[in-house]
Design a binder for this molecule. Sequence first.
Ligand SMILES: *[C@@H]1O[C@H](CO)[C@@H](O)[C@H](O)[C@H]1NC(C)=O
Ligand SMILES: *[C@@H]1O[C@H](CO)[C@@H](O)[C@H](O)[C@H]1NC(C)=O
Length: 456
Amino acid sequence: MRRISIDAFGMNHPKETAFAATRRRRTPWYLSRPRLLTTCVFFAVLYLWLKLGDTTVPIPEDSYALVEDESLKDILNTTLGFQKILVLNLPYRTDRRDSMALAAATSNIKLDYVDGVTGESINQKAYPPPDENIKLREGIKGSWRTHMNAMQRVVEQNLTTALIFEDDVDWDVRVRANLQRFALASRFLSENKESLSSKYKIENVPNTETSETMFHMLSPNGITDYLPSMPLSSIGTKGRHYPKHKHHDSPYGDPTKWDILWIGHCGAGFPRHPPTSSSKSPLTTSNLILTHSNDATVPISKYLKSHPFQDALDPLAPAYPPHTRIYHHATGGTLCTVGYAVSQRGARRLLHQFGLKHWNNIYDAEMGRWCASEDEKEDKEGKEYRGMERVCLTTQPPIFAHHHPLNGESDIGGLGGGYARKYETKYLRYSVRMNLERLVQGSRDGGGLVDQWPDD
Ligand SMILES: *[C@@H]1O[C@H](CO)[C@@H](O)[C@H](O)[C@H]1NC(C)=O
Ligand SMILES: *[C@@H]1O[C@H](CO)[C@@H](O)[C@H](O)[C@H]1NC(C)=O
């Protein structure tokens, strides 16, 4: 029977089936019972094959394995699928540039540099409103200006996308595999705006974030009771639910539809309700969480902390099973700007907001509030929420994280500066920086490298 179904009905060549059937029309061969059964089974299998093949992304289980998909191929290039990678570096920190150059070289990554500036070097006339920002610490001012210089470069050079790195950034040796999986998520999360409830099977996971565990850069309003979640593997690369990937697009999704991909951070909140909606508003990608379970690049729960003095674990740890990575909109606050991508649209918006209009806080907190639309809610002119669209996407744990070297302090300081630093990189298991000597000595991916956060 199995042989018949393959040979006579051309299972391997679906196009021949119609031909074969036409040719034999006069003989009612298909009316005999066993054959009718075979025919039904064949069409059922064909249907399932087409349907599943059309909507399921074959994401390999192996965390080193790349996703075989033409549209994700550019992520394997030397700029990780972005048009450029810009590294922020103060020219006198040659130590950091040495380390950065080596880390990038071992991962076959090509970098461009943006010179960092110190707060002292900025002319008072060059600050946007309000005037109080002149009183901020010099380090905070220098960091803001350095990020603005990067935005200026992206706008002036008309880059469609750019990845911005602070010069103590670190990544796992599996960075390209991580980014491919992120790209599947970012395409979906940036492009599907309509209600999702009817199309997908969504699980409501109880939210573990509270007004105690959240970052206090945002108000506690909008913390949800549940985290609507669904597996990344259910969205499909080519399926009915996913818009056809256009070749001129970025592999991360159409860059005219997203602003920031906040993939390097030191903590992110879960998505909040948008300011205008209520808890009964329809579920869209703005509050959805995509999950990727059994991701071996994710450390077990007890290591999910962005710094040693953090009281509780990240809310990710109690909310999802160990080794789960999640992807979502960054509307719940995000800290540290160690690695983030901007589109041309995003760079223009950030340069307008923080270069011209208003800047008065540590840059990461400002960008976090911008992604959460919090600045609009508290607009000084007393205008109501205008609903300006911002699309910032993130993943937890981050794909890029701060490396704390043996003896070093960050000059481009974010929040959390000043605590005791260990020699480590949070969140990254096969960290490139922690394995730099082994990599320089010739260890290949996986072989002889040290896992910083091993499973018990
Ligand atoms: C890498 O891919 C991106 C996205 O297609 C492209 O813009 C960029 O130019 C490529 N970089 C290199 C070095 O080929
Ligand atoms: C900027 O790039 C876009 C497409 O990426 C192009 O249409 C536009 O003409 C470019 N503008 C300039 C000033 O080069």
